[in-house]
Write a protein that binds this ligand. Structure first.
Ligand SMILES: [Zn+2]
Length: 354
């Protein structure tokens, strides 16, 4: 097993704190401060088990999860990812969690409820209560306080335009934040704060972080001084997802492969918060005949219209199963049948055009 990362920072934020997965992030003070960050290892090649969780915080066998944003109904691509997440978790003995990522202002409770109903209609069962991000603001605030105490947070007053126009650091990630506000004096911050509120950014000590993906293996993914809390006070997705995965004892994150590029930022943040590393399983997206990723524009392939088109849950699962090489054309299946045929190591995961 190779070391987890070779670009580890020094300093107080660099403790390898695999302290536990279950608690609120702010409570997870790193233990073993002298331990080198490089010793943070994934839980073996198959990464199935995190550190022992505190009593009452879940099981030691870890969990997979699905975490939709309720801005539109789940389409066939979303459901395929949910099914793969479920099968990847259950066939290796993990729990499975459901979380509604409704901190976005476009979120709608009614849509979330239809998403939950569609997942249940496919036979997906989850452990524990559904976690709603809109109810988690205190946990996010606690994590930001914890990072602030470690001197890992600074205010940024840049507009989108300022960031685009700023000179690039030679080795910074494309589109990454160039560090403009990193070293503002207290007086300068006060002057700017009087004009407009600032966002909060992470003071990152590394340009990249190694993540492990069950499909593509280990890779270095970019890290920059990404936003933790926006100027309008909204918590950033990268922070919420890390805090919530820990609170739900998640050890395996299955999701669309458009998110692989943000996995380094999230893993690095989890490390700084003293939370366990997760393994990833990034799944190709589904495309329409025009070659575009399925989206809310493809309404005929979402929600009730989708179930009708495929003749119910058995047909939807059959179509998804066929795309994974787990069902014959036209075959109707249930999740148990797919689970019998599913192997995370060999499942055929290609780009799927519908
Ligand atoms: Zn700035």
């Amino acid at each position: 097993m190779s070391e987890r990362v070779s670009t580890a920072p020094a300093g107080p934020g660099a403790t390898a704190g695999r302290v536990g997965l279950g608690g609120a992030a702010g409570a997870a003070a790193p233990a073993g401060a002298a331990e080198a960050a490089g010793s943070v290892a994934l839980g073996g090649a198959h990464g199935t088990v995190g550190p022992a969780a505190p009593a009452g915080a879940g099981t030691v066998r870890g969990a997979g999860r699905y975490a939709p944003s309720p801005s539109s109904e789940l389409h066939l691509g979303n459901l395929r990812t949910a099914v793969v997440a479920y099968l990847a978790a259950r066939t290796e003995g993990r729990d499975f969690r459901l979380r509604i990522e409704d901190i976005d202002e476009r979120s709608r409770v009614a849509i979330a409820e239809r998403q939950i109903a569609d997942l249940a209609a496919l036979g997906i069962e989850w452990d524990g209560p559904v976690l709603w991000q809109s109810e988690r603001r205190a946990a996010y605030a606690k994590a930001i306080i914890h990072l602030t105490e470690l001197n890992l947070v600074y205010e940024c007053f840049c507009s989108r335009r300022d960031i685009l126009d700023a000179p690039r650091a030679p080795h910074g990630p494309p589109g990454g934040y160039p560090g403009t506000c990193r070293s503002l004096s207290a007086a300068e911050r006060a002057r700017r704060r009087a004009t407009k509120p600032g966002a909060l950014r992470l003071r990152a000590a590394v340009p990249a972080w190694e993540v492990f993906d069950r499909r593509s293996g280990a890779s270095l993914q970019p890290v920059d001084d990404f936003v933790l809390r926006r100027a309008d006070g909204a918590v950033a997705y990268n922070l919420a997802v890390v805090v919530d995965d820990a609170a739900q004892a998640v050890t395996q994150v299955t999701r669309g492969d458009d998110l692989l590029a943000s996995a380094g930022r999230q893993s690095y943040l989890a490390h700084l918060l003293g939370l366990g590393a997760v393994e990833y399983f990034h799944v190709p997206l589904v495309y329409n005949r025009q070659g575009q990723r399925l989206s809310k524009r493809d309404g005929a392939l979402a929600g009730a219209a989708l179930f009708e088109r495929y003749g119910g849950a058995g047909g939807v699962l059959g179509g998804i199963g066929q795309s994974l090489g787990l069902a014959a054309p036209g075959e109707r299946v249930d999740l148990a049948r797919l689970a019998d045929r599913f192997d995370v190591a060999t499942v055929r995961l290609g780009k799927w055009t519908v």
